[in-house]
Design a binder for this molecule. Structure first.
Ligand code: C2O
Length: 548
């Protein structure tokens, strides 16, 4: 195992997209930022220097951070932000994870432009559980705004309305040649006859689940969220923001150019969304001359993508996942939890100017889990407050079940539309076995929510539609080979059940990875207590930990 050191400078950089130049916040002047490639067992040390005008932090999405919660990164959860002019070194070890993860800013909407791939190869001398591909390509899907994304979210927060949707999707930072002024820099992915290319697909988009496909080529899924899966073949994949999927494609078609394309899977009703298509080009090295880039080059072959609301395709895909490695699903459950995930509407407070309540019928949008709309603290990070016993920063009364039972996927009374704000944690004893039913609600709109848990991987043992029924739905539980993930796409108008063992002490946020929903409060956090002895205890905070 090695120690790898890197320096990330967060800085303002002129970036040209869609016919105009914008000063974007980047890492080291790159969009996406640098790809980190490590091996299982390696230690990463990343010095982050903030030269931008915004607060910043970096989160290593999906890294378990065993006992190193101080390096996790969510602002006001495990650290205070790195202020402009400040710096912080994130130090952590990769323990038993292999595959594709990513890193991103975890402060306001900064991650719109501050993100990159984090690739974990097997330890030196260890093979992949599939024939070694001749090439590997990271495919990082993103979202681009013609405005500063921080301004977009600030405006939405000021008015209580939904934020503007993005102006383009991107592949490796490029919109692709279906957009204006974008053909020059379209991402080219090489392949040759007989070759296999491992595509490490990451959905780094801010607010949009995305379909991804490659014209004429089958995709063989071999991993997701840095866990291997039993291989299965599909023509299209869907990733919620935060999710990754590793697929093998084979150069078994006529040598030519083929589009890879991504477009929205949009399950919310009556809500505006960006319905454009981003492309990259899969280019055979031996493609005959006319197919090479040039004046008369024929257009690449275009794939067909599912309709934006094609939930059937999503269901078929998500139910195909099986863990390749032996699953260690906890069976004696200590904590049987039920969390609703959904939106809400807060009435405009009295004496509030109506310009600040531009949601439906003069309300403000909000969101919650179990009717608690999460509020980030300002004076201490949750982890620091816990470790130092500082009172008044959070409470530990997050409800383990919803305050009210109702028909979550039916017509819901307006009286249920108003969650209560709070900084509430749920306390877990070290080593407890946890099951959580994540139930989408139809309050305001049903929607597919990508729910991400920090500091853990969890098994998704079942998913379904309608209201979760503990009497009948337990028969659907897969305790044999369920997929291990860090982000679960909870079906629209449906539910998912996850399980994990609370073996990593610290404070770990769980939230919807649609950033607009975090902004509205769709989050909570677990406080996992220390166990016995050093190996079950959170490490001491690093000396350069930013404080508020
Ligand atoms: Cu990838 Cu809390 O996020």
């Amino acid at each position: 195992p090695q120690v790898q050191s890197h320096k990330f400078v967060i800085q303002e950089t002129p970036v040209k997209r869609l016919c105009r130049t914008q000063n974007s916040i980047t890492v080291n002047g790159m969009l996406p930022g640098p790809t980190l490639e490590v091996r299982n067992g390696d230690t990463l040390e990343v010095l982050v220097v903030n030269k931008a005008r915004y607060n910043a932090t970096i989160h290593w999405h999906g890294i378990r951070q065993m006992r190193t919660g101080w390096a996790d990164g969510p602002e006001f959860v495990t650290q205070c932000p790195i202020r402009p002019g400040g710096s912080y070194t994130y130090r952590f070890t990769i323990q038993g994870q292999e595959g594709t993860l990513w890193w991103h800013a975890h402060s306001s909407w900064l991650r719109a432009t501050v993100y990159g791939a984090l690739i974990i190869l097997p330890a030196q001398g260890q093979p992949y559980p599939f024939p070694k591909p001749m090439r590997e390509t990271a495919i990082v899907l993103g979202e681009w705004w013609n405005a500063d994304p921080i301004d977009v979210v600030r405006e939405a927060t000021r008015t209580g309305a939904t934020p503007n949707v993005s102006d383009a999707y991107t592949i490796n930072g490029q919109p692709g040649d279906l957009y204006n002024c974008s053909s020059q820099d379209t991402t080219i992915v090489p392949i040759d006859i007989g070759e296999t290319n491992l595509l490490r697909v990451i959905n780094a988009a801010l607010n949009q689940p995305l379909f991804f496909t490659v014209a004429n080529h089958k995709l063989t899924v071999v991993g997701a969220d840095a866990s291997y899966t039993k291989p299965f073949t599909t023509s299209v994949i869907m990733l919620g923001p935060g999710q990754t999927t590793d697929v093998l494609i084979k150069g078994d078609q006529l040598p030519a150019r083929y589009y890879m394309a991504a477009r929205a899977y949009h399950s919310a009703q009556n809500a505006a969304f960006d319905n454009t298509t981003t492309t990259a080009i899969l280019e055979y090295k031996s493609a005959p001359c006319p197919a090479k880039k040039g004046i008369n080059a024929p257009k690449p072959i275009m794939p067909s993508l599912p309709a934006y609301n094609d939930t059937n395709t999503v269901t078929t895909f998500s139910q195909s996942f099986r863990s390749l490695r032996k699953a260690e699903v906890p069976t004696d459950i200590d904590e049987n939890l039920f969390f609703t995930v959904g939106l809400g509407l807060n009435s405009c407070p009295p004496n509030f100017p109506s310009s600040r309540c531009q949601g439906p019928n003069g309300t403000r949008f909000t969101a919650s889990m179990n009717n608690v709309s999460f509020v980030f603290p300002q004076t201490f990070s949750l982890l620091q407050a816990y470790q130092q016993g500082i009172p008044g920063v959070f409470t530990t009364d997050f409800p383990g079940t919803p305050p009210l039972q109702f028909d979550y996927t039916g017509n819901v009374s307006q009286s249920l539309y108003q969650p209560v704000p709070g900084t509430k944690l749920y306390k877990l004893k070290y080593g407890s076995s946890v099951q959580i039913v994540l139930q989408d609600t139809s309050i305001v709109t049903p929607e597919n929510h990508p729910i991400h848990l920090h500091g853990y991987d969890f098994y998704i043992i079942a998913e379904g539609f309608g209201n979760f029924d503990p009497k009948t739905d337990t028969s659907k539980f897969n305790l044999v080979d369920p997929p291990l993930r860090n982000t679960a796409a909870v079906p629209v108008n449906g539910w998912a059940v996850i399980r994990f063992v609370a073996d990593n002490p610290g404070v770990w946020i769980m939230h919807c990875h649609l950033d607009v929903h975090i902004t509205w409060g769709l989050a909570m956090a677990f406080l996992v207590e220390n166990g016995v002895g050093e190996l079950q205890t959170l490490q001491a905070p690093p000396p350069d930990l930013p404080i508020c």
